[in-house]
Write a protein that binds this ligand. Structure first.
Ligand SMILES: Cc1ncc(C[n+]2csc(CCOP(=O)(O)OP(=O)(O)O)c2C)c(N)n1
Ligand SMILES: [Mg+2]
Length: 804
């Protein structure tokens, strides 16, 4: 790098700091339409990363690199993109406002090419690691080789490293032979609330090295290093090395005179260091003492250039939170905002004339032409900004599913994948499966036997080699299509997120399928939400679920997951009862995860199917008698829309049983028993409470907006039921999942489900205990539906027993 370039970069560094600070100030003090809510947490946090991001974006990054930016550095990111011509002034002016630049970088909401969304700290960090693994996966399969390998970079707040998911990811990265990953820690020794513990850097260093990373510690900037070389410099170095974080922060905040007083007090009679301090004015002294490497472009550029491009590398960069701003170093500065007066003096110091605050080249000492020429040649800016759209992979409407007469949905899933595994089709080749140590117990075993496990280095199955009989081959190779993870469920979701963004990040479409036990969704829920938020596309197969896994006991039983399935944006949830339904749903899901169309509701079901999303399947290990039937086009559509009549209600229907999933036998039996005493009983199979509900809500909204004919699938399904008909809903999950059905056409409803932690037992015992067995369904019907007493009804279990 020549000196001219360095001076352009330091001009840009100033500009970035100014624009980021001004953007936040403008939102708070000038635009002020944020309902009195201040925009805290950005000014200090942004200033901390301004130098590092200047070095990266204007010099170090290449178009193929992908970056997760610390949430509160969002204004810095937007400012840089603005300077590069990829962000509009209008969006900056509206920062944190309606349709403005987002508070935290957002892949889906921001227009300036965010690679990874961030916001929930820790997740973006781990995401870069998994994206790097996915890049290896893609290339090992021979795809995307015309593109250079990219580095996956995370800019991390030091307090962010408290998040456990980062360490779970580190361990996984070590197992998988991580490459091309840089984590840059903004070591400002401050969190949101306070100054962090002493010596954390040493823990980080040891830890990263243990996991096979290179660690580069960037502590002192050029000025300090020069001072250390002078007489008395060694004393100064020792003083800073021993200075507690709190004291250092306090002195940063207080400035030159405080530095002088404190240093001279400590120096006492030592001549050389005293002379060193005295040779500096107050301003110079403050500049010297805060010249940490994270704010020193030459140190940063040198370190980034010297790093091994391929090895995972952690840079621990000493920085100051709020660097260059009046509240620098103050422990309370996280939500700190500059006052109007402080902003005025910063503006003056930056030579920005009033009214020219947004001008890109205002106040710079280098000509606009020269800077523009430089910006036009910034390597990162050459990135093709439109997401690389990988072509969709065609999915047959029918997936082969050899169905046995008695079978569970989980076994059905294993069978369908096994069938796919036999094929040499693009579809089968693009599927990638993953599971956190429950591959075999979620029935992925047969698929893995056929397709093998993925690893960069081949590893044979020793049992097979030794000819020891085993059901499962466990062979790793570059061609393998299953990524076996350790148990950490957070890693599953972050990997699914990375696999599910491969089409955008690596230009190659993968069809990711992840399996886990349904209750452990909760363990990775924030990462699941994160994956959906950034529009990653995958299929999540959660099995077994509910109290139906009876002997496994309460620790493994999920109650709330159906509600998660309904409420999670970006995730279409299904819970089939039968394997033929599952085959239809899986085929739909493989296409749905590839869609990226207009956000328009289809008038057929009022769902936004063209938009696509991820899919969640809640399955069960319960063996259930399978219906012998022809899968008609209509039935297929109803299964996808969320419900169909397993038994059509007659014109005088008095009761309908609506069920979801594994309780199908109880619902079928109850309807059979009631048919003798209730007229025209109906049986409604609900394959997706989520989609039924979403369609209903959307249709109501459409009617309220004037589209009077809008009808959702559930409204059409229930339209002909007489008003006096009672609805009994039942599922192995929280009863609220289906309770809303009564509101669709105003029917009385009784919702059965599970509300309390379970215990071990047989399915029959537990269904009876929690009131989702045949008898409970009949009793509920008797209570809400007109008609004479129902025969076959036994006295119910004592209420206090339920849930005990
Ligand atoms: C999962 C999660 N928990 C809490 C928060 C609230 N939060 C935002 S920033 C922050 C502290 C960040 O400190 P650090 O990572 O060191 O960044 P700095 O502010 O120093 O730049 C916290 C607790 C969050 N965004 N995400
Ligand atoms: Mg910090």
């Amino acid at each position: 790098m020549y000196a001219g370039e360095l001076s352009i970069l330091s001009e840009l560094e100033k500009k970035v700091l100014w624009l980021a600070t001004w953007t936040i100030h403008h939102a708070n003090h000038i635009r002020q339409n944020l309902d009195g809510m201040k925009v805290g947490g950005h000014q200090a946090s942004s200033a901390s990363l301004a130098t590092i991001m200047t070095a990266l974006y204007f010099e170090v990054l290449r178009p193929q690199d992908r970056v997760a930016v610390k949430p509160h550095a969002s204004p810095v990111f937007h400012a840089i993109q603005y300077l590069l011509g990829h962000q509009s002034q209008e969006k900056l002016v509206a920062f944190r406002g309606y349709k403005g630049a987002q508070s935290y970088p957002s892949r889906t909401k921001d227009v300036d090419d965010v690679d990874f969304s961030t916001g929930s700290v820790g997740l973006g960090v781990a995401q870069t690691l998994f994206s790097s693994l996915v890049q290896d996966y893609v290339r090992a399969h021979g795809w995307g080789l015309d593109q250079p390998e990219g580095r996956m970079v995370a800019l991390i707040g030091d307090a962010e490293l408290d998040e456990g998911n980062i360490f779970e990811a580190l361990l996984e990265g070590w197992k998988q032979g991580l490459r091309n990953c840089w984590w840059i820690i903004d070591y400002n020794r401050q969190s949101l609330d306070a100054v962090i513990r002493e010596g954390l850097w040493a823990r980080y260093e040891a830890l990263f090295r243990d996991f096979g990373w290179d660690v580069v510690i960037l502590k002192y900037g050029t000025l300090l290093q020069q001072a250390f070389a002078e007489p008395g410099g060694e004393w100064l170095r020792q003083w800073i090395d021993n200075c507690p974080n709190q004291l250092y922060s306090a002195l940063v905040f207080q400035g030159g005179p405080a530095w002088r007083k404190r240093l001279l007090d400590d120096i006492g009679d030592h001549g050389a260091p005293r002379q060193l301090v005295e040779a500096h004015s107050d301003g110079e002294l403050a500049r010297l003492m805060t010249n940490l490497a994270g704010h020193d472009l030459p140190s940063l550029l040198e370190a980034f250039a010297a790093a091994d491009q391929e090895r995972p590398t952690c840079f621990i960069c000493y920085t100051i939170k709020g660097y260059g701003l009046p509240f620098a170093g103050h422990k309370d500065n996280h939500a700190g905002l500059m006052t109007q007066a402080q902003m005025k003096s910063l503006q003056a110091a930056m030579n920005v004339r009033p009214g020219h605050e947004w001008d890109k080249f205002e106040g710079l000492t280098i000509s606009a032409t020269e800077i523009e020429r430089f910006l036009a040649n910034v390597p990162f800016a050459k990135r093709r900004r439109h997401r690389r759209d990988a072509a969709p992979i065609a999915i047959p409407s029918e997936l082969r599913a050899p169905i046995q007469s008695v079978m569970s949905t989980q076994a059905g899933f294993g069978t369908i994948l096994n069938e796919l595994g036999r094929e040499n089709s693009t579809l089968a080749n693009r599927i990638v499966t993953t599971s956190p140590d429950v591959t075999v117990s979620t029935n992925l075993g047969p698929w893995v036997n056929r397709r093998g496990l993925f690893a960069r280095e081949a590893l044979a199955d020793a049992f097979k080699k030794e000819r020891i009989p085993s059901t499962f081959a466990w062979e790793f190779s570059q061609q393998g299509q299953h990524i076996e993870l350790g148990i950490a469920e957070m890693n599953l979701f972050i990997l699914l997120s990375a696999l599910g963004l491969s089409y955008a990040h690596h230009g190659e479409r993968l069809l990711p399928i992840g399996t886990l036990y349904d209750p452990f969704i909760a363990r990775g829920l924030d990462a699941l939400n994160y994956a959906c938020y950034q529009d990653a596309r995958f299929i999540l197969v959660a099995t077994p679920s509910g109290i139906t896994l009876a002997p496994e006991g309460g620790a493994h039983q999920s109650i709330s997951t159906p509600l998660i399935g309904m409420a999670q944006d970006g995730l279409a949830a299904f819970e089939p009862a039968f394997v033929d339904e599952l085959a239809v749903i899986l085929s739909f899901a493989l296409a749905y995860i590839q869609k990226e169309g207009e956000v328009q509701a289809s008038e057929r079901n009022w769902l936004r199917d063209e938009t696509g999303g991820s899919v969640y399947l809640r399955l069960s290990t319960r063996l259930i008698e399978q219906p012998q039937r022809v899968m008609t086009a209509e039935l297929r559509q109803f299964i996808i829309d969320g419900a169909y009549w397993l038994r059509e209600p007659g014109p005088n229907c008095e009761v309908v049983v609506a069920f979801t999933g594994a309780v199908a036998p109880e619902a079928i039996q109850a309807v059979g028993l009631m048919a003798e005493d209730r007229r025209d009983v109906g049986l409604l199979a609900i394959t997706s409470a989520d989609r039924l509900n979403a369609g209903w809500t959307a249709a109501q909204r459409a009617r309220e907006r004037g589209l009077l004919d809008a009808r959702s699938h559930v409204e059409r399904t229930l339209a002909d039921l007489p008003g006096h008909c009672g609805l009994v809903t039942v599922l192995d999950g929280h009863p609220a999942t289906l309770a809303w059905l009564g509101a669709v056409s105003g029917h009385r409803v009784r919702s059965l489900g599970v509300e309390h932690f379970g215990q071990t037992g047989s399915i029959a015992e537990l269904y009876c205990h929690y009131g989702i067995d045949t008898n409970a369904i009949v009793a509920a019907a008797q209570a809400i539906a007109p008609g004479r007493p129902i025969r076959h009804l036994k006295r119910l279990a004592e209420p206090e027993l339920a849930g005990a």
